[in-house]
Design a binder for this molecule. Structure first.
Ligand code: 5MM
Length: 338
């Protein structure tokens, strides 16, 4: 049976479940592996991702979908089983990163435009055959006293909307990810302002391109202070500001919002998500699509060694469980010690 876009989108944000962002491009995964003194090879990348996908209970109970990179969606486990089949056997949905990365935007110093629209229709059709039922495209919006410009925001949201329309044409649910970066010394209020402008522009573009909102998932940043800002907004403030900006800009027809962690510590990313869900009821499911905040702990525990796989799976299962509780608003800080 072919599932509709609405059904897939709903399953991606099923209660207590969120998404594992394992779509690091070759350059990014190398950086992560360098930090644990592990060589990045096709096999080490496969072994690493395989043990996460084989953390069966965590995958079954807490992970609705996995965002893969082109290499991974074609890869087979050590025993020859396609990694996609391992994900599906755990009841999770395979997804795929389809953007070609954020490139310097000509004429706009310090700003980027995400590329990858050329040939995207054909690539999506192939990814569907390989098992992907959702996709991801990330636009990057940086903050300084003079950026972002409207040109950068508009160009990026236009590309996100064109990508989303192509996904839906191919039976694939688009995750639209406009990431306002937390680098810099800006305040949470400045992040609020830029996030509001960006989301407004994004939903205008999606409407302009006839994108079905019920079959679309939003992956945004939270409203946080810049990493180098002298005063850091607390958990409650982040939660309230983030919900406030969404209530202003995100239509209720969107089935779910799954956050990126963006460089927040594991526990803070969990605490923020939990605090937001405690502010409910909300019009959309609020969950996670974390990369670093789900993987930092297992990476450290694994350190590239076979004998550490069980400990690394435990670390992954723990983070998945904590974020699952946060997506329900039932997380407590003392559970972290348990
Ligand atoms: C996994 O990282 C993704 C980006 O990879 P590249 O920079 O190598 O293309 C990224 O888009 C990720 O899916 C999201 O930003 C969430 O990751 P974090 O670590 O921010 O939660």
């Amino acid at each position: 049976m072919t599932e509709s876009l609405e059904q897939i989108a709903k399953a991606m944000v099923a209660p207590g479940k969120g998404i594992l962002a394992a779509d690091e491009s070759s350059g990014t995964i190398k950086k992560r592996f360098d930090a644990i003194n592990t060589e990045s090879t096709e096999t080490s990348r496969r072994d690493y991702r395989e043990f996460m996908f084989r953390t069966t209970d965590a995958m079954k109970n807490h992970i609705s979908g996995v965002i893969l990179y082109d290499e991974t969606i074609r890869q087979k486990a050590a025993d020859g089983t396609p990694l996609v089949d391992i994900i599906k056997a755990a009841g999770s949905i395979p997804g795929i990163k389809v953007d070609a990365g954020a490139k310097p935007m000509a004429g706009f110093p310090g700003e980027t435009i995400t590329e990858g629209l050329d040939g995207l229709d054909e690539r999506l059709a192939e990814y569907y055959k390989l098992g992907a039922r959702f996709a991801k495209w990330r636009a990057v919006i940086d903050i300084s006293p003079v950026i972002p410009t409207n040109a950068c925001i508009e160009a990026n949201t236009e590309a996100l909307a064109r990508y989303a329309a192509l996904c839906q044409k191919n039976g694939i649910v688009p995750i639209v990810e406009p990431e306002v970066l937390m680098d810099g010394d800006h305040t949470a209020d400045r992040c609020f302002e830029v996030t509001e402008t960006t989301l407004r522009s994004l939903f205008n573009a999606l409407a302009r391109h006839n994108v079905l909102l019920e079959g679309t998932i939003l992956k945004p940043n939270m409203v946080v202070s810049g990493k180098k800002c002298a005063t850091q907004a607390g958990v409650q403030e982040v939660a309230e500001k983030t919900i406030k900006v969404f209530k202003r800009t995100v239509p209720a027809a969107i089935p779910g919002i799954v956050f990126l962690s963006g460089g927040q510590s594991d526990e803070l990313a969990t605490a923020h998500l939990d605090a937001m869900n405690k502010l409910g009821p909300l019009p959309w499911a609020l969950s996670f699509s974390y990369g670093r905040a789900l993987q930092a702990a297992p990476q450290k525990a694994w350190a590239g060694k076979k004998e550490n796989v069980a400990a690394a799976q435990k670390a992954f299962a723990h983070r998945a469980k904590m974020n699952s509780l946060a997506s329900l608003g039932t997380w407590k800080a003392d559970l972290e010690k348990a």
